[in-house]
Design a protein around this ligand. Structure first.
Ligand code: FES
Length: 494
């Protein structure tokens, strides 16, 4: 659980009872994008239901930094170069509008979510020219951008670029404020979507005129084929208590850069990221990187939370929002936020609301899911390579471990009963075994010792040691793992 869950009050829970048989719009995924979409549709008088497999915020919203900002990494120079100045301006306007919309909702709904206005600050220790160029492009896009040499960080920087007037909040408290305003069902997983019919993991069926996939990674392979152009990246977070608040939200642009923000006297440090399923491939990644940084910069740091989160990475840095596929005009998708899920979610909610209402949204052309430029085609080739590699490990990579030799707290792919088996020995010495093959498309899984999960290098599904699905696109548990008939979320009719 992340710091945000640790520091939020208990949420009493979503709706109970049976789903309606029919609804105008069903939103799959009760994170920020899903709840905002339902909220805006509800404002427009559209009957909307949200289905969330887990508890409120247990997906990726609870793992973010909670920065609400138009500063989404080094994006404006890239947009100018690839799409032109007017599209860079359009992106900036959509981001700025999203910040305003957050403020308006928080104010009108009186949501106590620790909203603060602060600058968002990019920093570098090695490439000041990148920030100088970004400043020029950001200003051309209409953003106030100020270059600085000094910051409040506990180390020297070569340059920093501040965007004043941004915001940060407590993402779980915000969700808790918005969830009661929508028809939110939690603990109810969607296991199938066929046309207008949604099937849930407790055997219910619901008809929806429109269906919105706001479930982080779209799990329907066809149509859409998002797996050919989206991968997932995992990042780690720690919360250190007793640190005086920073003067802004910091984001490091160097390969080993750490993102930092404060929440009162707690400092959040995010970084150590890598492609999901590749823990240990690069020694400069993982939770240890953050723990060492905290030791380096703060005497005897008191780390109160450790966690990891996943981001869907689109090929060109822009999210994928809009029609799922021309073959399914009543399905919509919000994904690929590229580590910037706060403003991305608000933009998604607005674009999808407008599409459902038949209104044109100017930013729609930038984020439409079915765009196939050079970046996308290159990504498709790369993702195919990952899939081939992940599948070929099934046959050609021999097991690296012997089950009897696994020490407590370690895991590996072993031979058991003549078959490859994913095995984890917990700290009490008990062995947990399951299939090592992802139920999305069959790639061989890899162990992540920081999160104690089986992670898929192909498209980023993640599973618990007993095979339970933690992250899509997989929706089925691992074979020989968690009993699929184990309905821990089973509910009775009221
Ligand atoms: Fe696609 Fe595992 S997530 S094969």
């Amino acid at each position: 659980m992340s710091y945000w869950h640790d520091s939020a009050p208990d949420y009493p829970g979503g709706r109970e009872g049976w789903l309606p048989k029919k609804v105008e719009v069903a939103v799959i995924g009760g994170g920020l994008a899903g709840l905002l979409t339902a909220y805006l549709l509800g404002e427009a008088g559209i009957d909307t239901v949200v289905l969330e497999r887990r508890a409120l915020g247990e997906g990726q919203t609870g793992n973010t930094t909670g920065k609400i900002t138009c500063q989404t990494g080094l994006i404006y120079r890239k947009l100018e170069n690839t799409r032109g100045a007017s599209d860079a301006r359009l992106y900036a306007e959509a981001q700025t509008d999203a910040i305003t919309s957050f403020r308006n909702i928080i104010e009108s709904e009186r949501i106590a979510c620790d909203l603060e206005q602060l600058p968002a600050i990019l920093y570098t220790r090695e490439s000041p020219s990148l920030l100088e160029e970004e400043a020029i492009s950001a200003r051309r896009a209409g953003i106030r951008a100020e270059l600085k040499r000094r910051t409040a960080l506990p180390f020297d920087v070569a340059a920093a670029l501040a965007y004043p007037g941004q915001a940060q909040f407590h993402p779980i408290k915000f969700l808790m404020g918005i969830a009661p305003r929508v028809k939110f069902y939690q603990g109810l997983g969607v296991v199938g979507v066929h046309g207008r019919t949604i099937l849930t993991d407790d055997g219910q069926e619901m008809e929806a005129e429109k269906i919105v996939f706001a479930c982080h990674y779209p799990f329907k392979n066809l149509p859409g084929m998002f797996f050919t152009r989206l991968h997932q990246s995992i990042s780690y977070g720690i919360a250190v208590s007793g640190i005086p608040p920073l003067d802004g939200m910091y984001y490091g642009i160097d390969p080993d850069g750490i993102s930092m923000r404060s929440h009162g006297n707690v400092l959040l440090m995010i970084g150590g990221g890598h492609r999901t399923g590749e823990w240990g491939k690069n020694p400069d990644t993982g939770l240890r990187v953050l723990e060492e940084a905290a030791e380096r910069y703060y005497p005897r740091p008191h780390i109160i939370s450790r966690w990891a989160g996943q981001d869907c990475m689109p090929p060109d840095g822009l999210p994928l929002i809009g029609e799922y596929s021309p073959l399914r005009p009543n399905w919509f998708v919000a994904t690929g936020f590229h580590k910037w899920g706060m403003t991305g979610s608000m933009i998604a909610a607005k674009v999808i609301r407008d599409k459902i209402l038949g209104k044109r949204n100017p930013v729609e052309k930038l984020v439409r899911p079915n765009r196939f430029g050079g970046d996308t085609l290159r990504a498709m080739g790369k993702e195919t390579g990952y899939a081939v590699s992940g599948l070929s490990k099934r046959i050609f990579l021999p097991p690296a471990e012997v089950a009897d030799e696994l020490a407590p707290g370690t895991a590996g792919v072993v031979f058991r009963g003549g078959e490859k088996t994913a095995a984890y020995r917990d700290s009490a010495g008990e062995l947990h075994t399951t299939s090592p093959y992802c139920t999305h498309m069959g790639c061989e899984l890899a162990w992540n010792p920081d999160t104690k999960t089986w992670d898929c290098p192909c498209h980023g599904s993640r599973f618990s040691p007993d095979g339970k699905v933690l992250d899509a696109p997989a929706v089925k548990p691992l074979e020989n793992g968690q009993d699929p008939s184990d309905k821990t979320h089973e509910r009775k009719p009221t």
